[in-house]
Design a protein around this ligand. Structure first.
Ligand SMILES: NC(=O)C1=CN([C@@H]2O[C@H](COP(=O)(O)OP(=O)(O)OC[C@H]3O[C@@H](n4cnc5c(N)ncnc54)[C@H](OP(=O)(O)O)[C@@H]3O)[C@@H](O)[C@H]2O)C=CC1
Ligand SMILES: O=C(O)C1=N[C@H](C(=O)O)C[C@H](O)C1
Length: 226
């Protein structure tokens, strides 16, 4: 499959390496330097665009892919408050968008477990909190994953979103801790990414999965499909 990488930083380069090893071909690489020169015609012949860029660039990149009629997989975080508007744009254009605040299978299993735990604990008297730790180059805080986790837990509790504390430490790929604490005891669940491999593999899997589909999808759709 022919891939355009919208954003060619840590994630874009990792995806290029794994996708190429798997037999895909990266035919376009877009970064801060050439972004202004890219038109939808440049995406001609591209099967899928994959965006790992910046919070303030993601929506324009989605619009570029939509204008070109190319399905787009988006891992960039920090723009998801605009998802309702973008969803309408995708539907009106008859396009395809696959977004995820975290593409790793492990984190998505963690979300499902967190939801169930929150449901089970909802009638008990626990304080809930989330902590996330990432590398110091990360622009947005809290992380997209922590926000999704907070929304997932709130849905399970039928209550408010828990508070999130963000830490930045050199070279940490991404760690998320969910804690339920009471005067009697404490339950903690942690997901620790050892590298960016899970994010990159999930994004490539999504890029293959979205081919031929129309609509707005996320990891639950992929993981629940046959
Ligand atoms: N959903 C998930 O599973 C994951 C999401 N992420 C998210 O992905 C995003 C990127 O992460 P990461 O690769 O680590 O970040 P990097 O900073 O390493 O890379 C970002 C890239 O985007 C480029 N860029 C800047 N502006 C634009 C633009 N207008 N159009 C296209 N590209 C642009 C940068 O170019 P230049 O270098 O020239 O400035 C750089 O190539 C972040 O939002 C991060 O939170 C990260 C990991 C996993
Ligand atoms: O910026 C990162 O690196 C990551 N960003 C995502 C997020 O904001 O949740 C996913 C992952 O944790 C790595």
């Amino acid at each position: 499959m022919k891939i355009a990488l919208l954003g060619y930083g840590k994630m874009g380069r990792y995806i290029e390496r794994l996708a190429t090893e798997g037999g895909d071909e990266v035919v376009l690489r877009v970064d801060e330097h050439n972004r202004a020169d890219i038109r939808s015609a440049d995406l001609e012949g591209v099967d899928v665009a994959i965006d790992f860029s910046r919070p303030d660039a993601a929506v324009a990149n989605i619009e570029l892919a939509l204008a070109a009629g190319v399905p787009v997989v988006v891992g960039t975080t920090g723009w998801l408050d605009q998802l309702p508007t973008v969803r309408k744009q995708v539907e009106e254009a008859g396009g395809a968008l696959f977004w995820a605040s975290n593409f790793s299978v492990g984190v998505n299993v963690f979300f499902a477990a967190a939801r169930r735990l929150a449901e089970l604990i909802s009638k008990e008297n626990y304080r809930v909190s989330i902590e996330e730790t990432h590398h110091t180059e990360k622009i947005d805080a809290p992380s997209g994953t922590a926000i999704t986790l907070a929304e997932t837990v709130a849905a399970g509790l039928r209550g408010d979103r828990p508070d999130i504390i963000s830490y930045r430490e050199k070279d940490v790929p991404g760690t998320h801790l969910l804690r339920f604490s009471s005067d009697i005891d404490e339950i903690e669940m942690t997901h620790t990414a050892h590298s960016r491999e899970g994010f990159a593999r999930g994004a490539i899997q999504a890029a293959h999965w979205i081919a031929g589909r129309r609509g707005v999808f996320t990891m639950a759709d992929l993981l629940e499909s046959d």
